[in-house]
Design a protein around this ligand. Structure first.
Ligand code: VG1
Ligand code: CO
Length: 542
């Protein structure tokens, strides 16, 4: 099989963000665009003699990109690539396959919670041999490589049949097409009490899972319906579609509005859940009650020991900095470690590998554990179901009891989307310039206690990440955080994170937007959001 050397030139902007390289699909489809980036990945991590996992969330261009990546892996001398059937793999399933097969890493084709289709988004991320997202030093090296690339290598070959499970060869490279679901489902059976959940379902407990026409459909049907006996049709939008059926597979109350309407309507099921494009996010909803992701992490941490996989207890809990401190209170009560990392799952990898943290979570609907090295939507849903099966209480009862015990961290995130990048940068620079003068400032009945730009030193390898979000902390434990998104593909998105702690027992049942109103006003005032963005209200509230 002939390997071709194609001459190319660097393409600007191939810088991975919070989670891989994400661009408009049409940008990725431009000549050499995908190839340049994939070559940069192989140049940094090495390709000759290696084994990789490959799969994606089924979005438009996934199938074509998979064939290109296979041809380039073959040209680079890879020994073997394990591909999910149909080029499908959820992000957590890819992470599991990397670990299970002890491979040299994997390429995941996804723009995660971003919409898909020819006019929407596409993306590529590389995961390391531990199954976790490439850390910053590696993604920086890949980016640097894209700026100096002069050629890439690709074999001339027909497409591999990725729809049929089994082994084939591309030149000297083995291509193993595997079930995307089987190994992952088997892993879930080792962690959770399937008989208890099955008995709960058989007893009439009703579940709704909205897979939003993205990758979790096949996984959720296999686990919830086939293995746990939930009625057929429990999983809706269960077939992954190239454009996600026009849905925006971001499991939050705004985009998962069908699920929200059902869970807050008459005859609501007992438990509702949704997942994102690549299956690593989850949203959990009880009958008439929404569980914020920060609260979800805290409840899972407090109850994880009820599931067989965590019966030994947790080593520690890690959360991203903008995530509420609810999980910290649980960690303190359990006497276990607590960690605060920058946004993005890659920062949890070292803590998980070192056995310092068992559960991790982000306010952005991401929860996971040391079973893989990615956040895992269906895993979180199953852990909730396991807890519900053991405690035999409603989601509402469990959440309210949790607040009674630990107090409530009222929490909300406001997103302001598609802001001109220069305006967003100026706003952040303006706020950063003010930070040292803020302590002592009185605003909206609050007093600023401290203000800084979050910096993180990894406790395992000592690597330092600067400028990870501006924090303004008020006396009494309230705060707001501002940072710009690193996953968008159009302009800038401002994320404003708001938190207020109420110890209880009074005042635990307020509407979060009302409970947070003074902090929201203070943030708008101090950062001049309307002046810079022209927006007085957010586009998405979670
Ligand atoms: C967002 C979230 C972050 C998450 C990341 C990837 O990043 O805030 O918590 O890890 O998406 O999630 P940003 O930089 O846009 O705020 V996923 O499900 O898109 O891989
Ligand atoms: Co995702």
């Amino acid at each position: 099989m002939r390997s071709q050397i194609i001459t190319t030139t660097p393409i600007a902007g191939q810088k991975p963000g919070t989670s891989g390289l994400r661009k408009k699909t049409r940008v990725f489809m431009q000549p050499h665009y995908l190839e340049n980036f994939v070559q940069a990945v192989f140049d940094v991590v090495g390709c000759k003699g290696k084994t990789f996992v490959l799969g994606g969330d089924g979005r438009y261009f996934n199938d074509r990109a998979a064939q290109v990546i296979l041809r380039m892996a073959a040209a680079g001398g890879a020994a073997r690539v394990i591909v999910g059937q149909g080029a499908f793999l959820s992000t957590p399933a890819a992470s599991h396959l990397i670990r299970l097969n002890k491979t040299d890493g994997g390429l995941i084709m996804s723009a995660s919670h971003n919409p898909g289709g020819p006019d929407e988004d596409f993306g590529i991320k590389f995961n390391m041999p531990n199954g976790g997202p490439a850390p910053e030093a590696v993604t920086e090296a890949m980016y640097k490589r894209t700026t100096e690339i002069t050629e890439y290598h690709i074999v001339e070959a027909q497409d591999v049949d990725l729809n049929t499970i089994g082994r084939s060869m591309m030149g000297d490279m083995v291509v193993d097409v595997v079930s995307p679901v089987a190994d992952y489902a088997a892993l879930m059976e080792t962690l959770f009490d399937f008989p208890a959940i099955r008995a709960m379902f058989a007893g009439g407990f009703r579940v709704r899972m909205d897979s939003m026409c993205a990758i979790t459909g096949p996984y959720a049907v296999e686990v919830l319906e086939n293995r746990l006996g939930a009625p057929k049709g429990t999983v809706t939008h269960a077939t992954p579609l190239p454009d996600f059926g026009g849905m925006h597979p971001d499991p939050n109350p705004t985009w998962a509005h069908e699920l929200m309407a059902e869970m807050f309507g008459d005859n609501a099921p007992d438990f509702g859940a949704a997942s994102d494009g690549d299956g690593d996010r989850n949203m959990v909803v009880g009958k008439g009650i929404y569980v914020s992701p920060s609260d979800s992490l805290a409840v899972l941490a407090a109850n994880a020991h009820l599931a067989p996989g965590y019966a030994r207890g947790l080593a520690g809990v890690a959360r991203s900095m903008p995530t509420s401190a609810a999980a910290d209170r649980v960690a303190d009560a359990l006497g276990i470690g607590k960690y605060e990392t920058p946004t993005g799952w890659k920062f949890f990898g070292n803590l998980l590998d070192a056995g310092k943290a068992t559960l991790c979570g982000e306010e952005s609907f991401g929860t996971g554990s040391d079973h893989v090295r990615e956040k895992d939507g269906l895993w979180a849903i199953l852990l909730w179901l396991n807890i519900l099966a053991v405690r035999k209480e409603s989601v509402r009862a469990i959440l309210e009891a949790h607040w009674q015990k630990f107090g409530r961290n009222y929490y909300s995130r406001h997103d302001f989307e598609a802001i001109p990048t220069d305006k967003a940068d100026a706003m952040m620079a303006g706020l950063r310039a003010k930070l040292t003068s803020l302590p002592g400032t009185k605003i909206e009945g609050l007093t600023v206690e401290a203000a800084d730009d979050f910096a993180y030193t990894d406790p395992v390898d000592g690597s330092v990440s600067l400028k990870q979000g501006v924090r303004v902390l008020f006396q009494g434990g309230s705060r707001f955080v501002m940072r710009l998104s690193g996953t968008g593909t159009e302009g800038a998105t401002l994320r404003l994170y708001l938190e207020r702690y109420v110890p209880g027992p009074e005042g635990l049942g307020e509407d979060p937007q009302e409970a947070l109103a003074p902090i929201i006003r203070a943030a708008h005032d101090l950062a001049g959001i309307a002046g810079y963005t022209g927006k007085t209200a957010p586009d998405v509230v979670t």
